[in-house]
Design a protein around this ligand. Structure first.
Ligand code: HEC
Length: 105
């Protein structure tokens, strides 16, 4: 019985620790679609893709406005395939992904 109580208490402490840590862990984390789509090219800047977190590379792109950038992703642009490998993404998802890549530290 003592062991069970110990495990239960330990689990509670771990859960509380995870909750307490959550805001720090999630702040600035990539949107869920990032790793399996945009990140494949933008994480390292494949084929001229503006690299995630490279504010200089993103600045001239951001000047086009979010609507134009979302359209570039939807339609594809040179080496970027239409949809950027995320065909289930909404325009809002694309905007969040673009904002993440342009502002990530
Ligand atoms: C297969 C590689 C690849 C993937 C996957 C990819 N991109 Fe790109 N992306 C590129 C390349 C290459 C460019 C630069 C195109 C150019 O200007 O010639 C680019 C450019 C862009 C631009 C700038 C467009 C403009 O009009 O200047 C945005 C915004 C963008 N990508 C967003 C995304 C988003 C969001 C995703 C994920 C949903 C994504 N990309 C996935 C390769 C990729």
């Amino acid at each position: 019985m003592r062991t069970v109580a110990f495990i239960r208490n330990t689990a509670r402490v771990v859960a509380l620790a995870a909750l307490a840590a959550a805001p720090a862990v999630f702040a600035g984390d990539p949107p869920p679609q990032y790793a399996a789509s945009c990140g494949a090219c933008h994480a390292v800047g494949v084929a001229g893709a503006p690299a995630t977190g490279n504010a200089e590379a993103w600045a001239p792109r951001m000047e086009k406005g979010m609507e134009a950038l979302v359209a570039s992703v939807r339609n594809g642009l040179n080496a970027m395939p239409p949809g950027g490998l995320c065909n289930s993404c909404s325009d809002e998802d694309y905007a969040a992904l673009i904002t993440y890549m342009a502002t990530a530290q």
